[in-house]
Design a protein around this ligand. Structure first.
Ligand SMILES: [Zn+2]
Length: 224
């Protein structure tokens, strides 16, 4: 994909995140790998719902700005940690989707397998520990989980998703928030029932190659 197309796609995905209420004000950030040691990323302090291609900046793998007028997002170090640990990753999205954030504030177990499409696409939705937004700590807290998962909730701070391209990272964010909303509504109305073990087994068999099941599997089933 050309640089122009990538820039257009970042702006388009920013608009979708904004329109779907997954970011507010200047929240969130998007980046894409672009050539050797180069990333195109969103600037800090701007609404990602109204970006123009020229607002984007180019940075290297140390977080240094290479091109662009605006400042590199302070959360770019968290993106860089994901690119470092998962070198196949081409795009990273961080957003503040409401239901995902609410679940982490309530301390609700988000790894409970309730939706087949989540198991098939992302296995589970674990939560990374709280870190001050924009700090280097933000990169540290995702390091362990991001090895095995393409989508993480961040305690009190939205979520992060990875993808082989921007569209995949975006779809994972949308799916994550839909799953979070579903789980929240289940808790509101009663007690969510997890997928039965045999159904889960079948899903995992078609989803994850044998021997590569990431933890936690089988999923912890909380008794209450
Ligand atoms: Zn954030």
């Amino acid at each position: 994909m050309t640089e122009t197309l990538l820039r257009n796609w970042i702006c388009e995905i920013g608009r979708r995140l904004y329109q779907r209420d997954m970011i507010a004000a200047a929240d969130g950030n998007i980046s894409v790998r672009f050539g050797e040691d180069r990333f195109i990323c969103t600037p800090s302090g701007m609404s990602k719902g109204f970006l123009r291609p020229d607002d984007l900046v180019i940075a290297d793998s140390t977080g240094r700005k290479i091109a662009g007028e605006k400042k590199v997002t302070s959360e770019f170090f968290t993106h860089l940690k994901a690119y470092e640990i998962r070198p196949e990753t081409q795009a990273v999205i961080h957003a503040h989707p409401t239901y995902a954030t609410v679940l982490t504030i309530l301390g609700i177990d988000t790894t409970i397998p309730i939706l087949p499409e989540v198991v098939m696409n992302m296995v589970a939705l674990p939560v990374a520990a709280y870190a001050t937004p924009g700090s280097l700590e933000g990169a540290e807290v995702i390091a362990t989980l991001i090895k095995d998962y393409d989508a993480l909730l961040l305690e009190r701070h939205g979520a992060i998703t990875l993808g082989a391209d921007l569209q995949e990272a975006y779809m994972r964010m949308e799916r994550l928030e839909h799953a979070a909303k579903t789980l929240y509504l289940c808790h509101l109305a009663g007690k969510p029932k997890p997928l039965p073990p045999d159904a889960l087994e079948k899903l995992m068999a078609v989803t994850v190659p044998e021997g590569t099941l990431p933890p936690p599997y089988p999923f912890p089933q909380k008794e209450d």
